[in-house]
Every structure is written in C-alpha cells, then in structure tokens.
Design a protein. Structure first.
Length: 202
C-alpha cells in the first residue's frame, strides 16, 4: 500500500510549493493510494495524523512525502521518524530525493538537508524577533495587529450614537456593534477616570 502524507503549517502556506493542493497533486502523481492530511506546526512533536499512519502502516508499505521537512522541521524529530519507518520495513519516498534507506550515505544526505531546513526556520524566527525589537524602538509602536478604525472614525461613530441606534450606526459606518459597544464602554470608563482625577481647590 502506498500512503501519501502531506502537512502544512497553516492554511495560508501557498507560495512556497507547500500548499495542500500542490502536495496532494504531487503525492497522487507519485502513486499514493491513500493520503493523510495534517495542518500542524512542524516544530511540535505531536502530529496526530502522522502518528496514526505510522501505527497502522505495515512492512512493505510506502510513505510518500514531497520534502523531508514534512515529517518535521528539526533534524532530531525527522531523523527519528524516518529511521523508525525504514527499520519497520516501510519504504520512505521523498519526491525530491528518492527512496531512502538506512545506509550511511542516505543518513548523511537527509541529516544535511534537514539541518538546512532547521537553519532556515531559525533564521526566519531570528529575523522576526529582530524586526519586532526594532519596531518597538519607534515612538508610535503598538503590540498586536493595527486597529481597523482610526480614532476619528470611532469618535464620529460615538457621536452618531447620541441620536441613532447601534444598528443604524453600524449600517452607516460599517463598524460592528461589538466594536461600538466596546468603544462606548471605554469612553465611559475614561470619562469616569478623568472625573475622579480632578483637582479641587478650596
């Protein structure tokens, strides 16, 4: 039996040849009769679908993947998985490498390639962290996603609420009722704080 195993770290992973569609087409073309699909971060050890597949696969079967890093992004995890499968008598077919075995040369090649995959991932994380650190130095930097509506839009919407219902203001401005409710609550809390902080001179 030939099994295909495809994994994406997120549903938006489309531009690097790792989309579900691209992987599915590739493993099917290589002869996979049954395909197991998983949307999971490769750095996590627990991969439920892969674990189920490994438990059910038998000697003489084959697992087909597009790249070695589909098993995992760290050398230790992927090497352990591949070695265990081969030792169990399961053929591991990596489309850009061929069928792997436990020979010294095969182990060396896969460890080198997995090391590059892990290095690439570590670089991405490092660059992301550096980018955030630089951004935090900017005076107007705020954590999280930018707000959908600017303060002027929220202020106008709150003014409209004085003479219109939440539904009406939501239709007029496109701002959701939940956002309007939260903004109104925050404005009320801010007004209360301001009144409590007034200095009274006697």
């Amino acid at each position: 039996m030939k099994y295909g195993y495809i994994r994406v770290s997120s549903k938006s992973q489309k531009n690097d040849g790792n989309s579900l569609e691209a992987q599915l087409e590739a493993v099917r073309k290589a002869g996979a009769e049954k395909v197991c699909v998983e949307t999971f971060t490769g750095t996590k050890i627990d991969r439920p679908e892969l674990s189920k597949l490994i438990d059910s696969i038998n000697q003489g079967d084959m697992i087909i993947v597009t790249k070695m890093d589909r098993f995992a992004r760290t050398v230790a995890q992927a090497t352990e998985t591949i070695t265990n499968l081969i030792s169990k008598g399961v053929a591991v077919y990596v489309l850009n490498l061929g069928v792997l075995d436990n020979s010294s040369m095969s182990v060396l090649v896969r460890n080198l390639l997995l090391s590059f995959a892990q290095f690439e991932r570590d670089l991405i994380i490092e660059r992301t962290q550096e980018g955030r650190a630089i951004a935090r130095l900017k005076p107007n930097y705020k954590e999280g996603r930018p707000k959908k509506y600017n303060p002027q839009q929220i202020k106008l919407a709150l003014e409209l609420l004085e003479n219109h219902s939440y539904n009406q203001v939501s239709l007029m401005t496109g701002i959701s009722i939940s956002t309007l409710t939260r903004a109104k609550r925050e404005k009320k809390a801010s007004s209360t704080d301001d009144s409590n902080n007034k200095i009274i001179c006697l």
